[in-house]
Structures are given as structure tokens and as C-alpha cells.
Write a protein that binds this ligand. Structure first.
Ligand SMILES: [Zn+2]
Length: 229
């Protein structure tokens, strides 16, 4: 990396707000470049004004900044920092959008519901698996006011592999109808739920419908789900 770029990044590096990639690149450069190391030391040594004011009030801090701004050296540095910060923000924004910010429904065709069974207290247990090995971020509950409840697993566009034990995507889950009805009512849907689906649209997978004959859950299930009440 060029010294110019490194010096633009140094203020961010100093404040620990760089991406890990930038950080690594800066550190690699610093090992080989004495000039940039000096620049970093200078950045890290506090300004005389700051020293005197300590962590003083905002007004004096502002005065300090405006005074330092007048000094040409700092002008250039802050300009560099502003440019680098803008670049970092764009990169960070794109990263967040791809991995965090926007979640998309999982294709219902990749969802399988198996081993649907009923606990003695009426709750329905089932195994939900997504047939790839990627993580799910959340399951949204949606209703249509005609008795249909939709469970919509969502994930980021680029998502990490499922690694944590118990992370949703290959696990037993519980359908608690009274609770679901209560939740639906709280969202303004007064119709009792008569069908529950995974996913939405034509490909939605039926999880449960009213009148469905379900096998009893095992005593092992009873034990482990009683503990979670
Ligand atoms: Zn350099």
C-alpha cells in the first residue's frame, strides 16, 4: 500500500474504526515504513491543548478543535480522515447490507417439516430443517385474517454457515396455538388460526391444520419441553 493511503487511514486505525482488512494492511505497511510509523506516533501523542483541558467541557474542546483546524497540518489530516472515513463507511455499509441489514425469506422448497407430534398439554412439536447448511436469522409470523398463520424463516443475502449448536434451521420447535392466537389478536387478526404454514405463497409447507391427527410426543419430549415453560 502507498504511504499516502496509509496516512489517510492512520486516524481511523488510531481510533480502532477501520475494517479488519484495512487494519491488517496498515499494520503490514507500518512494519516496513519508518515514515508512517513516525506519523502514527505523532497522531497518538495528545495535542498540548487537549492535555491542558483534559476531558473538559464541549465548548473548550470545540475551541481546541477550531484552533487546531487552523493549523495547516491538521487541516490536511482531517481532510484525509474525512475522505478515509467516507470510504470506510461505504465499505462498512455494503458489508452490513449484505450480511445484517436486509433479510430475505428462505425458499419454502428448501424447508422440510418432519416428526410433527403433540405434547399432553396440546402444544405441537415438530422438526424444522432447511436443507442447506446456512443459518437463519429470524422466523417472522404473518397472518392473513382467514385462519392461516405463516412462519417465514429469513436470512441475510450472504449468510454464514450454521455452526452453533441449536441454531435454528435444523431443530425441534414448538407450535403453541393459544399463544399464536393471542399474538395474532395483538396484531389485529381476530380469526382463530386453523392452519399453520412454513413459508408463504404456493410453495408454503403445511405444518398443521385443525383436525389433524397427531401422534403423541415421547416421554423424552414431555420432559425436555416441560422444562422450558
Ligand atoms: Zn509509509
Amino acid at each position: 500500500m502507498k504511504c499516502e493511503i496509509v496516512r489517510d487511514l492512520l486516524p481511523l486505525y488510531c481510533d480502532n474504526v477501520c475494517s479488519p482488512e484495512s487494519r491488517e494492511a496498515v499494520e503490514a505497511h507500518l512494519q516496513e515504513c519508518a515514515g508512517c510509523r513516525r506519523e502514527l506516533e505523532e497522531l497518538r501523542s495528545p495535542l498540548p491543548e487537549e492535555k491542558r483541558h483534559g476531558s473538559g467541557d464541549g465548548a473548550s474542546a470545540l475551541k481546541t478543535i477550531s484552533r487546531e483546524w487552523e493549523r495547516g497540518k491538521w487541516k490536511a489530516k482531517l481532510r484525509g480522515a474525512a475522505v478515509a472515513a467516507a470510504v470506510c463507511a461505504v465499505i462498512a455499509g455494503a458489508f452490513l447490507a449484505a450480511t445484517q441489514g436486509f433479510w430475505f425469506p428462505v425458499d419454502p422448497e428448501s424447508i422440510s417439516i418432519t416428526n410433527v407430534r403433540q405434547l399432553s398439554d396440546g402444544r405441537v412439536l415438530y422438526h424444522m430443517a432447511v436443507n442447506d447448511d446456512k443459518a437463519i436469522r429470524e422466523i417472522r409470523f404473518e397472518f392473513d385474517g382467514e385462519g392461516n398463520a405463516y412462519f417465514v424463516p429469513k436470512r441475510a443475502l450472504y449468510t454464514e454457515k450454521r455452526m452453533m449448536v441449536g441454531q435454528t434451521g435444523d431443530s425441534d420447535l414448538v407450535l403453541d396455538l393459544p399463544l399464536m392466537n393471542e399474538y395474532a389478536r395483538s396484531r389485529g387478526y381476530d380469526t382463530e388460526i386453523t392452519r399453520a404454514w412454513y413459508g408463504q405463497g404456493e410453495d408454503a409447507v403445511l405444518l398443521w391444520e385443525e383436525g389433524m391427527e397427531l401422534p403423541d410426543a415421547s416421554s423424552e419430549d414431555e420432559l425436555s419441553w416441560a422444562a422450558r415453560d
